[in-house]
Design a protein around this ligand. Structure first.
Ligand code: SF4
Length: 486
């Protein structure tokens, strides 16, 4: 990717906004990402390929934070991959597999640039990428996987017949034969690798050690490949981190890379491209209070509660809540009616017209620069000093956070017994995981533990939380109607 970055730097002075790279043909679905992508990409592709991959890696991190089993992690990851980063085998018909592989490769190398910058980021990136590789390896078409392995040099040495016979007594212990050990031993191939490259197999005593080598049965081959993947990635990240200063000079790429790294630190993808489209049907000012009690995430419930209690919100509270309500579906007229009613001055007050009306119209793109501003996502709210994510802001006062959770959600089934699990996630700074768990508890009739907002997806945006909650309620009403009409 260093090469790609150099190319990008080279192109910066050109007349287009493209990043110049070369060629990008890949023969297999699996990749060890040995070669950086070398073809032309736009800045937008550079960003979106990385963002889509980051969504999957962030979900893998969430799975680890939630102690999901391997099978659950695999299932959630495959669903996310299907949505954001499909990667079909060569036998798939009617699909441009080369385009899928190019996107896969580009996203990986862009994220290398973003995550090579600190030991912590490198460690987390390697862990998430290795998990993704293992899932793809396990689910790959067996013929294609064999062809991929044959195309790579993993530094394993095939154990000769004579050597196998010499160590027969020792090697026999490492094959499982339910019926005939002699036949099973005869059929099993062994490979020699430096024992230091497969510490997991050595630790589990699954290999025979001799002369600095580990003798590995063929069925344990996957472990060697996983180790090779991790080792190569670690070395590549180290090399990238030494060269990263060249990319740091690029004013187009640097903000993108910073945002990506921030997204991973917060445990959620940076969703700064969230569209400003409404996430619910048109809603009226009178509906907001009851919607808040049923469908809003904690950040927005807290703002609604403060507004009702104090008839006032500070600047950032008004901004974050106003944008959230706009994206939820509150029209400009209803927004003005809502805020007028909520503020202490009451309808027709001069203060409202002078101070707030302009700002509300501004956030709808009807004043000033006329930009239709999107609502803030979780990542932005995690780092906000005011009116941000309560899981983050009340982390230092657990009693207050617990009482906010109980007062906000007990009517929807959250109990004291649920708190330790939620607080454990907050302690790990996995705020979005805590929020996702609250969603599951308060929507237990529709989603099971581990399913998140559906398909295992975690909360990344307050509007995504509210929209999904409203959608589940609609689905439940519709299915009741269907049952009643039968
Ligand atoms: Fe709001 Fe996101 Fe925090 Fe949930 S995780 S409370 S949606 S900012």
């Amino acid at each position: 990717m260093f090469q790609a970055a150099k190319q990008a730097k080279f192109q910066r002075g050109g007349s287009t906004d493209d990043i110049l790279l070369d060629d990008g043909n890949t023969s297999y679905r699996l990749s060890l990402y040995d070669k950086p992508p070398l073809y032309d990409v736009t800045v937008e592709e550079f960003e979106t390929s990385a963002l889509d991959r980051l969504r999957i890696l962030a979900e893998i991190e969430s799975s680890a934070a939630r102690n999901r089993s391997w099978d659950e992690t695999k299932q959630v990851t495959m669903i996310q991959c299907g949505k954001y980063l499909p990667l079909n085998s060569n036998s798939a018909s009617g699909i441009d597999v080369q385009a899928e592989r190019r996107k896969d490769c580009l996203g990986h190398f862009v994220l290398r640039l973003a995550f090579c910058r600190s030991e912590e980021l490198r460690r987390r990136f390697i862990r998430a990428e290795s998990t993704l590789f293992k899932i793809r390896f396990e689910t790959d078409d067996s013929n294609e996987r064999r062809a991929f392995l044959d195309s790579k040099d993993f530094n394993w040495i095939s154990v000769s017949k004579d050597e196998k016979a010499e160590y027969k007594e020792q090697l026999q212990h490492f094959i499982s034969a339910k019926v005939d050990l002699t036949t099973a031993f005869k059929n099993e191939a062994f490979y020699k690798v430096k024992w230091t490259t497969i510490p997991d197999l050595v630790e589990k005593r699954k290999v025979f050690l001799k002369g600095g080598y580990a003798y590995v049965p063929a069925r344990e081959q996957a472990s060697i490949i996983y180790s090779a993947f991790e080792e190569r990635l670690e070395a590549a990240l180290q090399a990238t981190s030494r060269a990263i200063s060249l990319v740091d000079e690029d004013t187009r790429l640097n903000p993108i890379l910073d945002n990506l790294a921030q997204g991973f630190i917060a445990g959620v993808p940076s969703d700064w491209v969230a569209s400003g489209e409404t996430t619910g049907d048109g809603i009226t000012a009178d509906m907001v209070d009851s919607l808040a009690k049923q469908h809003f995430p904690l950040c927005m419930r807290v703002l609604q509660q403060s507004l009702r209690k104090d008839h006032h919100l500070k600047h950032f509270g008004r901004l974050h809540y106003g944008l959230f309500l706009k994206v939820l579906g509150l029209s400009i007229d209803e927004a003005i009616a809502f805020w007028r009613k909520s503020f202490a001055g009451g309808p027709g007050s001069d203060k409202f017209d002078k101070e707030y009306r302009y700002n509300i119209r501004h956030s709808f793109g009807l004043e000033g620069r006329r930009m239709n501003y999107p609502a803030k996502n979780c990542l932005q709210l995690h780092s906000a000093h005011e009116a941000g994510c309560p899981y983050r802001q009340l982390e230092g006062s657990p009693e207050n956070l617990q009482s906010a959770l109980l007062s906000s959600y007990s009517a929807q089934g959250l109990t004291v017994d649920d708190l330790p699990e939620i607080m454990a996630q907050v302690k790990k700074k996995s705020y979005h995981v805590a929020c996702t768990r609250v969603f599951e508890i308060t929507h237990a009739r529709s989603v099971k533990k581990g399913e998140g907002l559906g398909d295992g997806e975690s909360v990344t945006h307050p509007n995504q939380y509210a929209a999904r909650s409203i959608e589940l309620e609609k689905e439940s009403k519709e299915s009741k109607l269907e049952i009643n009409s039968m």
